[in-house]
Design a protein around this ligand. Structure first.
Ligand code: SF4
Ligand code: SF4
Length: 663
């Protein structure tokens, strides 16, 4: 259970603090560099601004090679909240955008913007936010982000993210500890710029609204303590806490434990225990950004070590190569068999692979020791003395971490909480076998991170593949379903058509049957009547029946004759002799016959040469007369005579029928 806010304040009022486990007391060697004010050196001819200098994602480069830039001009930008821009440290021209040796233990090249300075150091237009208290907090956070500010005391976490937590904050801790030997940049900054640091604290106080502000300074920096006490005395919520000198008291988790006795959980954040921590250098940069509109383009760097003629602190432009600083402070290589330049302090720093390594936002020290000052590695076998475990401030087992890291047993190294190691170097400092333990831990961490990145990439690729497979299967299923429905619809349609055809056939059969039936009724009805037995009828009825029977018989004969006439008349073709006037007697032919003759005449003599005159039943034709036509005319006359004879014969038959008809 963590200490309450009131308990902590009560203890602080009594000038009491807590402690953290382990820790070492190395020689401080701070007086080498903290005796003189911070200086400002000449502007380097070439600056190498690394694109990514913080934890998070890098921004997109918004300048081109050959472009002129002004001091403070943004070189990158991004909409990603975890991206922090970089800016031109001075005015000049972009001469290259390429990979350049990095400020990292590996020295691996990183994307860098190279600027050739014009030595005019001309500023771009700046936009300060003086009345920040009357501005929305998001405006202030945006100003901090746009100024490219990330943590200047450690890992380089984006300041605007750290300054907008989602939990309540009990304590805002300002870290002025600077516990590592040799380094004095924060010490000199606090001594010389306490008021500006206070302004930065005011901005953070406005953003975070903590219950209390604790400004932690080690007791080996009396001038800095006094300067901050003076600067903060007007605000009762600001308290300068004097912390005993012990390495690594400046570690985030260790300092929180010392001031509040609250333990940040593994994989947790300080805000989980109600604390937010910022470095004094970060506070200075925040004040610059808000009150002057200046981006983070320079910082104080300690250049020290016995191989430096005049150690001290210098305002250094971000992107300045280490060689530029060494030139300014007169690097003497006489004390070194081979060049040994350390970026950072002797505990947590690393040897650079080139003097063209640029200063970045987290660079606080360039240490150039003699060979006597810091011995070269003379690694021996581990003797299992456990001295490393005794000093570990994170209560880890450095020996086991070493074994598993060296054997590439990365899973086991993680089981021993490798990532809780703050790389303080206390274990290596006490190791009698001079094993560079932190070096092994860093390599193991890098390999694990690479493995994790690869795993993330392969996981993403697998997810993409699975999504694609699922999509293809879904599309195939949709297609299959469409085909199935279409096939079903076709089958249905065929079935319906078949039924319709069958229905039509059935209907046709029914119609035919009905027709046949009706025909039978008409034809058979008289016969049925005739077949009725006479015995069942009266005499009159019988007579009537007989009469009806004869009559019916006659009618049928007459009808048959009429049909025969009509048929014959239809078959006959009477062609009027060409050039003659033919008179057709209505008595000789039936009306139908006459009509047929007329029609045929009209059809046969409708040649353009013919002139046809038709009045009532007479047809006048006046063609050109030839011998052949005369023969034809003769034939027609014979045919007409035959027809006339036939008609007379028919008339005789009709007369006979009439005579035989019963009265
Ligand atoms: S470097 Fe890691 S293992 Fe070694 S003492 Fe520091 S925290 Fe512990
Ligand atoms: S201090 Fe060095 S020698 Fe001793 S146990 Fe740790 S690693 Fe081994």
């Amino acid at each position: 259970m963590q200490n309450s806010f009131e308990d902590i304040i009560e203890k602080l009022d009594n000038h009491e603090l807590w402690d953290f486990p382990g820790g070492v007391f190395p020689a401080e060697r701070k007086t080498l560099s903290n005796q003189t004010p911070i200086v400002r050196a000449a502007i380097p001819k070439h600056l190498y601004v690394t694109v990514k200098q913080h934890i998070g994602v890098e921004g997109q480069i918004i300048v081109d090679v050959g472009q002129k830039v002004l001091k403070g001009q943004a070189l990158t930008k991004s909409m990603n909240p975890f991206a922090v821009p970089i800016h031109a440290p001075t005015s000049g021209e972009i001469t290259a955008i390429h990979k350049h040796v990095s400020a990292h233990p590996s020295g691996l090249p990183e994307l860098t913007i190279e600027i050739s300075s014009d030595q005019e150091d001309k500023w771009t237009k700046l936009y300060p936010l003086i009345d920040y208290q009357n501005q929305p907090k998001i405006q202030v956070l945006t100003a901090i982000c746009d100024a490219g500010i990330s943590g200047m005391g450690g890992a380089g976490f984006p300041t605007h993210i750290k300054s907008s937590p989602k939990k309540d904050v009990d304590f805002l801790i300002i870290n002025g500890i600077e516990c590592e030997p040799y380094i004095t940049s924060d010490d000199r900054l606090m001594r010389e710029h306490a008021w500006q640091i206070r302004q930065g604290i005011d901005v953070l106080y406005h953003l975070l609204q903590p219950k209390h502000v604790l400004i932690a300074i080690e007791n080996n920096k009396p001038e800095a303590i006094e300067a901050l006490q003076v600067a903060c005395r007007e605000n009762a919520n600001y308290r300068v806490c004097i912390v005993p000198t012990k390495y690594p008291a400046g570690g985030e988790k260790q300092l929180i434990q010392v001031l509040t006795n609250r333990e940040v959980p593994a994989q947790g954040l300080p805000v989980d225990v109600g604390v937010i921590m910022h470095n004094v250098g970060t506070c200075f940069a925040i004040a610059d950004a808000v009150f002057s509109g200046k981006p983070l383009i320079e910082r104080v760097v300690t250049v020290t070590g016995e191989s430096i003629e005049n150690p001290g602190n210098m305002w250094t432009l971000i992107g300045s190569p280490v060689a530029h600083l060494l030139t300014h402070y007169e690097y003497k290589q006489t004390g070194q068999k081979r060049p040994n330049i350390i970026m950072g302090g002797p505990m947590m720093g690393f040897s650079v692979t080139s003097d063209l390594v640029p200063v970045v936002k987290t660079t606080n020290c360039i240490l150039v020791p003699t060979d006597n000052e810091i011995a070269d590695n003379n690694e021996q076998s581990c003797i299992r003395c456990s001295a490393c475990a005794d000093v570990c401030p994170a209560s880890l087992l450095p020996q086991q971490l070493f074994w598993h890291s060296k054997a590439k047993e990365l899973d086991k190294a993680q089981e021993y909480n490798l990532f809780d190691c703050i790389e303080c170097g206390a274990c290596a400092y006490v190791c009698p076998s001079e094993i560079p333990l932190v070096h092994y831990y860093r390599i193991a961490k890098s390999e694990i991170r690479l493995e994790q990145e690869d795993k993330q990439k392969s996981d993403k690729a697998r997810v993409r593949f699975e999504k694609r497979e699922a999509r293809l299967i879904a599309e195939q299923q949709i297609r299959d379903e469409k085909h199935r429905l279409a096939a079903e619809a076709r089958r249905h349609a065929m079935k319906s058509n078949g039924n319709t055809a069958k229905d039509k056939i059935a209907a046709a059969i029914a119609r035919a049957k009905a027709k046949k039936q009706s025909t039978n009724i008409v034809d058979e009805k008289p016969i049925e009547l005739a077949e009725v037995p006479l015995a069942n009828k009266s005499e009159q009825d019988a007579e009537a029946d007989a009469s009806t029977k004869v009559s019916s018989s006659n009618q049928r004969v007459q009808a048959a004759i009429a049909r025969a006439k009509a048929k014959k008349a239809a078959a006959e073709v009477i062609i009027a002799p060409i050039g003659m006037k033919v008179d057709l007697d209505a008595d000789d032919l039936t009306e139908n016959k006459c009509k047929t003759k007329q029609q045929n005449n009209v059809v046969l003599n409708s040649s353009p040469a013919a002139k046809v005159n038709s009045t009532e039943s007479n047809i006048a034709v006046e063609p050109t007369e030839t011998e052949e036509q005369q023969i034809d005319m003769k034939k027609h006359r014979i045919a007409a005579a035959v027809a006339k004879a036939k008609a007379k014969k028919i008339a005789k038959i009709e007369a006979t029928i009439k005579e035989n008809k019963p009265s």
